[in-house]
Design a protein around this ligand. Structure first.
Ligand code: CO
Length: 304
């Protein structure tokens, strides 16, 4: 029992530290998330700041613009810049010894739909307000959808919040942004990320062809035998380098040398997972808000 308690303490302390670091980084974001700034500058700023402050990025800084909802991170040498009128989701994660905090904010750079970011933020606040030991995830989803609808928008139905486990950025339980998952309950001590996405489109995202974010499946991460199973030397070297991220997602630009053909081969053969950019299918704009929370008996502690 005692050992268990200590492990629980470590989990909470390190997650809180990761969260505190993300809070600091978030405070600095308005200075840099502006029209004319290159996306790569923002991503590198976030990732470097997380390290300077004493953690590591738990996944690449996601900067998804307008109809892109998630999983966009710039590539090495990316020249793309933020434009006036855009809706920009910045989703960031930090970990301390594998204990992850995950948070996202939306910046409205003068779009014609400023209520979208407001709706996402309010949906998150309302969702957090119903969290307690034993709350059904469908209750959280209900609050999120109702808030989105109140504004005349919809949630994104196929993006969800999630649990956070050591070295795992997306664990169980799944927290839908609409009333689903009935019977699954949050329990005291659980650490989860709630992340409503709100859109003026139909509320569904699908893969685009662009992909810059990858991870290693649990059966591959840290498995010397998996490494030996890769026949091609160049592919083996890429995989070996990727193993330092364990099971956490990484960006292609984080690898020293990762030719497109090698990466696709590793993905095809099941040694790597790809996370393509997810865009709203009807071309709707998307806003997002996300916090990591710890479930307590009567409420939630907001970590980020
Ligand atoms: Co998340």
């Amino acid at each position: 029992m005692k050992e268990n308690g200590e492990r629980e303490n470590e989990k909470v302390e390190k997650t809180l530290k990761a969260g505190e670091i993300l809070r600091k980084v978030k405070k600095e974001l308005p200075e840099i998330v502006k029209p004319g700034v290159r996306l790569i500058e923002i991503a590198e700023f976030v990732e470097n700041r997380i390290i300077e402050l004493g953690a590591f990025p738990a996944f690449p800084c996601n900067i998804s613009v307008d109809r892109d909802a998630a999983h966009f991170t710039p590539k090495r040498g990316d020249e793309r810049v933020l434009k006036e009128g855009s809706i920009v989701k910045v989703d960031i994660g930090a970990h301390v010894d594998g204990f992850v905090a995950d948070t996202a904010v939306t910046f409205d750079l003068g779009s014609d739909m400023p209520k979208l970011a407001e709706a996402a933020k309010e949906a998150l606040e309302n969702a957090i307000s119903v969290v307690r030991d034993g709350v059904d995830v469908s209750e959280i989803g209900k609050v999120i959808e109702e808030t989105a609808r109140k504004y005349g928008f919809r949630p994104v139905y196929n993006l969800t919040g999630h649990g956070l486990e050591r070295w795992i950025a997306h664990a169980k339980p799944t927290i839908y942004n609409y009333p689903a998952g009935k019977g699954v309950k949050l329990e005291e001590g659980m650490i989860v990320a709630i992340e409503p996405f709100v859109t003026n489109g139909i509320g569904k995202v699908t893969d685009r062809s662009e992909v810059e974010i990858f991870s290693l499946p649990p059966e591959v991460a840290g498995n010397e035998r998996a490494l030996k199973a890769v026949r091609m030397k160049q592919a083996r070297e890429v995989l070996k380098e990727a193993m330092k991220f364990r099971t956490l997602p990484f960006a292609k630009r984080w690898l020293k040398k990762a030719p497109e053909v090698i990466i696709s081969r590793l993905v095809r053969e099941g040694f790597m997972r790809a996370y393509p950019v997810l865009a709203e299918v009807s071309g709707g704009n998307v806003a997002q808000a996300e916090h990591t929370i710890i479930v307590e008996k009567d409420a939630a502690v907001v970590v980020t």
